[in-house]
Write a protein that binds this ligand. Structure first.
Ligand code: URA
Length: 224
């Protein structure tokens, strides 16, 4: 992994199509425009079974941007990021850190829900590397328009999307990596991990650690 001092890097998705042509990918001039444009995206096949795209939302520009994996069932139905169980944990953590959805920009690295139908239930499936790469078009557009100083990658999928290679979250957690001269990435756990810790006391400790990381991220922004 690159250190704070290593050469800055920017990532562009491999297939560039900047004209809104068959893939629907185009350069946008505002988050509002992106929120509309992403619904026309055909850069991968996930749009076919999803209800709608789920773009990011919140403050833009913002010094702090949070990036999750991909929308879940609730997000797909409502069209907003993190409005299901993981979102409730995230809201609580943001609040305890003195933040809110309105004071950060919140998004996902993949904008369509990927799932497997099991009877009445739609079970979330992790997006494939090709889908993450395809959706990087929109993540890049959000990064450009939000211009965050610090991006928190919530979990391994977001970390992979932002850093461009797989990482083990526990090994890189809380060590900001500079991505461009003006933007760094801070990898942490996904809020759904905080729901899955079986032991209650351990779950609370993990939640407190996550809140502390959000506070530390704010402090980092002030001092860098
Ligand atoms: N998990 C995510 O990664 N993103 C959401 O929007 C919801 C759940």
């Amino acid at each position: 992994m690159k250190s704070e001092d290593s050469e800055p890097a920017t990532r562009r998705p491999s297939q560039q199509a900047d004209d809104g042509g068959p893939t629907g990918a185009r350069t946008v001039s505002s988050i509002e425009e992106l929120q509309r444009a992403v619904n026309d995206c055909r850069r991968c096949g996930l749009w076919k079974s999803a209800t709608q795209a789920v773009p990011g939302e919140g403050m833009a520009p913002s010094p702090l941007m949070l990036v999750g994996e991909s929308p879940g069932d609730s997000e797909d139905l409502k069209g907003h990021p993190f409005v299901g169980p993981a979102g409730a944990v995230l809201d609580r953590a943001l609040q305890q850190a003195g933040l809110s959805r309105e004071t950060v920009y919140l998004s996902n690295c993949v904008k369509h829900f990927k799932f497997e139908q099991r009877g009445q239930r739609r079970l979330h499936i992790k997006p494939a590397p090709a889908e993450i790469e395809a959706c990087h078009w929109w993540l890049n557009e959000e990064l450009r328009l939000v211009a965050p100083k610090l991006v928190m990658a919530l979990g391994g999928t977001a970390a992979r999307a932002l850093l461009g290679h797989p990482v083990i979250v526990s090994q890189v957690r809380a060590q900001p990596t500079r991505l461009t001269p003006t933007m760094s990435v801070w990898v942490t756990v996904h809020p759904s991990f905080l729901l899955r810790v079986p032991d209650e006391a351990q779950r609370q400790r993990e939640f407190d650690r996550f809140v502390q990381e959000l506070r530390d991220a704010l402090e980092w922004i002030k001092t860098h």
